[in-house]
Design a protein around this ligand. Structure first.
Ligand SMILES: *[C@@H]1O[C@H](CO)[C@@H](O)[C@H](O)[C@H]1NC(C)=O
Ligand SMILES: *[C@@H]1O[C@H](CO)[C@@H](O)[C@H](O)[C@H]1NC(C)=O
Ligand SMILES: *[C@@H]1O[C@H](CO)[C@@H](O)[C@H](O)[C@H]1NC(C)=O
Length: 427
């Protein structure tokens, strides 16, 4: 183990440049972590230079105030969300065309347009988006928190509203305001999971994790209705509030339920939702059979399962599970991404680090799997929030690696579904 670690350290020293892209060595050698896009500061695709200058002059665009936090991929679009934590964020929901941008530091294009990204235009635009989700029915699920600011500077400009876009037409299919009873005074929702059942596109539920209000909000697409679930497992572990990331020591003691991932549909017809509070080293789980039933979800304390701890450096932001039950999760204390093959028990010996980089992956904020490719965004968020980013240095990166290479040689590769490595799905 120690020897492996040394080997890894040497690999970290070697990074090479290929056609302007850097290839970073990774923990397990086989898979290069490809730095697809990188930015010192974000920029937006204004129609022309004059309107960009005008926006900057008026304080509508302040480059050093923009921090990307969420990513999602659909066909040739790579979505990037930018919350309105500070002034001068021209658009919160954006994308990069993967056809015209192969690397470098592309400008973000507002999605679906500028008008629908106007701050505080309740009902007609999105004010702040965090993590977003694309489902297999070509729908983009975006929860608008309606907020401007962060922490004690937060203004609730618009109500929490779930927006579902049809990606094939770029039109909004559904807009649903969370009920007053779904939220509370401390509510802060920065993540969403979408559960498609056996019934297809109409059989859809969204689960939204209330990180500071400690709840899980369920939205049923078919019933066009929401409900809130509470459980003590949504709360932070009081012993897990201390962090050391990017050279900073800080305390985020209040961060409850955040990361969520959904298993494939099991024989009983339901998925399992895995979730974890941010200030915790534990994973928990619950069947969607409980979550989907408003009545049952209010009275099923004992249906929630506790899984073993990930270990001392086990703080985790986003996680994702692919259609084979392979979970990837961002290990923020380790500048790394971990994996767990859910065919095996959730135990330390069945976890592995698939990628780690102490420069390129400071605070991996989101993770996605799309067509056999693992996508990670790192953004140095604690440095942005608690100190100041160095804008002559690269601060934000979007990195990729093939899933097959990522898990090669790790415990996550050993599975009953050995067929996967030959399936067309990887193409
Ligand atoms: C808001 O929070 C910051 C940092 O935590 C603190 O310095 C400031 O005094 C707070 N302001 C108010 C009005 O509570
Ligand atoms: C869903 O419910 C809301 C009220 O909460 C209503 O305004 C909206 O029109 C409904 N949408 C559909 C598609 O039924
Ligand atoms: C900022 O980053 C640049 C480029 O990496 C580096 O040369 C410089 O020393 C950094 N400045 C500070 C104050 O750390």
């Amino acid at each position: 183990m120690f020897r492996k670690f040394l080997f890894v350290c040497f690999l970290f020293l070697g990074s090479e440049s290929v056609n302007g892209l850097q290839r970073w060595g990774t923990q397990f050698g086989q898979a290069p972590l490809l730095e697809r896009f990188f930015w010192k500061a974000l920029d937006f695709a204004y129609p022309d230079e004059a309107s960009r200058n005008f926006a900057m002059m008026r304080g509508e665009f302040i480059p050093e105030n923009a921090l990307p936090v969420g990513i999602e991929i659909w066909r040739n679009k790579l979505f990037v969300t930018v919350p309105r934590w500070r002034n001068g964020i021209p658009a919160t929901l954006n994308y990069i065309s993967l056809d015209t941008n192969r690397g470098g530091s592309p400008k973000l294009t507002p999605y679906p347009n500028w008008a629908q990204n106007k701050a505080g235009a309740c009902g007609s635009a999105i004010t702040t988006a965090y993590r977003i989700h694309v489902d297999v029915c070509d729908r983009l699920w975006v929860l608008d928190t309606g907020t401007i600011g962060i922490g004690n500077t937060t203004i609730q400009a618009c109500p929490y509203t779930l927006n579902v876009f049809d990606l094939t037409t770029d039109k909004i299919l559904r807009q649903y305001r969370l009920r007053a009873e779904d939220i509370n005074m401390n509510t802060f929702i920065a993540n969403i999971a979408v559960d498609l059942g056996k019934g297809g596109c109409e059989d859809a539920y969204a689960y939204m994790s209330d990180e500071l209000g400690y709840g899980l909000i369920v939205y049923s697409w078919e019933q066009n209705k929401s409900w809130r679930i509470t459980h003590s497992y949504f709360m932070p572990d009081p012993l897990a509030g201390d962090y050391n990331i990017g050279g900073l020591n800080f305390q985020w003691g209040e961060e409850g339920i955040f990361g969520m991932s959904l298993s494939p549909i099991a024989e009983n017809g339901y998925r399992t939702l895995f979730f974890h509070p941010l200030s915790s080293r534990r994973e928990f789980s619950i069947s969607t059979r409980i979550l989907r039933d408003e009545q049952l979800s209010q009275d099923s304390y004992h249906e929630f399962q506790v899984l073993p701890e990930r270990g001392p450096l086990g703080h985790c932001t986003s996680s994702v599970m692919d259609e084979n039950g392979l979970q990837f999760y961002n290990l923020i204390d380790q500048n790394a991404v971990g994996c767990w093959n859910s065919a095996l028990p959730y135990a330390a010996e069945n976890h592995a680090v698939v990628a780690r980089h102490d420069t390129a992956m400071i605070f991996p904020a989101d993770v996605k799997v799309n067509r056999g490719l693992l996508w990670v965004i790192s953004d140095k968020m604690p440095v942005f929030l608690l100190s100041t980013l160095n804008y002559t240095d690269v601060n934000f990166r979007i990195l990729t690696m093939p899933v097959r290479d990522a898990i090669a040689g790790t415990v996550c590769e050993n599975s009953p579904w050995g067929y996967v490595s030959n399936s067309l799905w990887w193409k």
